[in-house]
Design a protein around this ligand. Structure first.
Ligand code: SF4
Length: 370
């Protein structure tokens, strides 16, 4: 029997048809069918209707903010071994948490994680159930509150991280560049999420997996995609062009010194950074002020004296979200140990939980010992 498609079905197949609420239901079915077959098995996933553990899901969502699954996995395992539940995490010190977080970046997340655990533990250990109440907690913004609402409580929520934004921009062929496209992306995503009453948590996680494996930033695998019959960007041959990136702005640069100060016992001076600003409360190698390169190099901190050395050290370069930093390595001595500093054994320094910037600097000094 020959099956004839209606004009509307033909349009839908070609992807030029605007996705309606009715289409969205069919689309969700395709996405969830794909997830049931190909969704990733991850330690924070609860498949087949299993009841999620709020602590484990929340921990994963905080770690996954701006960080990939492969980078998060070893940290997630380590945190669960050290702090298997909310009360254990709340009882840890901030320094312990920062040390265990070292290398994962965006350290404000670790401080907020701790503050959130303490707030929840003081309130009886229960996570709030509405996005509005979740957003009152430290470190939980619009995305995380939506993800927790969908995953923990199986309630419809528009879950939009970078991966899902990309999928929605393509599905609906949203052409303005980012970030101007965001309101349109959010409105279009609501078509997908709003009426999903049966498996909203799975829908969000399915889209996260599709963004990681199929609708990738470069060379999306449209032929393998469960959304291809609805995808307007694929139909227009512009999948890879969307979403259009924001115009690249040159980052400001900063410069300064990073110091290697060793005592007669072979210990290295580390400085606990102030409780505000980058690396707040963390231990690192001492540095000077960081300032714009059009100024002279900053003065050494009081009591620090540069040593004359033969080696020429390479600059330690590091890129933060808002600026690039170049630190000049200096061997130095210090008269009296400053109050915010402590001595740490040189052996094992690289494994002691230094943030990446200081680990890079320590490697430079260790590789060029006089
Ligand atoms: Fe992405 Fe291609 Fe799927 Fe469209 S068809 S959602 S562009 S992978």
């Amino acid at each position: 029997m020959t099956v004839r498609m209606t004009a509307q079905q033909v349009k839908k197949k070609s992807g030029t048809h605007k996705i309606t609420q009715q289409d969205a239901q069919e689309l969700r079915g395709q996405i969830l069918g794909w997830y049931d077959r190909y969704g990733r098995d991850l330690p924070w996933r609860y498949k087949g209707g299993a009841k999620p553990d709020p602590y484990r899901v929340w921990l994963s969502e905080i770690m996954l903010q701006q960080t990939t699954v492969p980078a998060v996995l070893p940290y997630y395992t380590k945190f669960l071994q050290k702090w298997p539940d909310l009360n254990a995490l709340a009882a840890a010190s901030q320094a312990e948490i920062l040390q265990a977080w070292a290398g994962l970046g965006y350290y404000a997340r670790a401080r907020n994680l701790h503050a959130c655990a303490q707030t929840l533990a003081a309130q009886g250990g229960q996570f709030p159930q509405t996005p509005q109440d979740l957003r009152k907690l430290p470190g939980i913004g619009e995305y995380t509150s939506a993800a927790l609402t969908a995953i923990l409580y199986n309630r419809p929520a528009v879950v939009l991280d970078g991966n899902i934004e990309r999928i929605v921009a393509r599905l609906f062929a949203i052409e303005p560049p980012m970030p101007a496209a965001k309101p349109e992306i959010k409105g279009s995503a609501a078509i997908l999420f709003d009426d999903c009453h049966d498996r909203p948590g799975d829908l969000a996680q399915a889209l996260m997996d599709l963004g990681a494996a199929v609708c990738t930033p470069r060379a999306p695998s449209c032929a393998l995609c469960p959304m291809r019959n609805f995808c307007q960007a694929a139909a227009k041959g512009m999948a890879e062009e969307l979403p259009r990136p924001r115009r690249r702005q040159e980052k400001p640069r900063k410069q300064g010194y990073v110091y290697w100060i060793e005592n007669s016992r072979g210990e290295i001076l580390l400085e606990r950074r102030a409780q505000r600003g980058l690396f707040a409360g963390m231990l690192g190698l001492p540095t000077s002020e960081w300032q714009a390169p059009d100024k002279d190099l900053p003065a050494h901190p009081a009591g620090f004296k540069a040593k004359a050395v033969q080696q020429k050290y390479p600059l330690v370069l590091h890129s933060f979200t808002h600026f690039d930093l170049a630190l000049t390595p200096i061997r130095a001595s210090v008269g009296r140990k400053p109050a915010q500093c402590e001595w740490q054994k040189k052996a094992g320094l690289l494994d002691s939980g230094l943030p990446t910037l200081f680990k890079k600097a320590a490697k430079v000094f260790l590789s060029l010992e006089p």
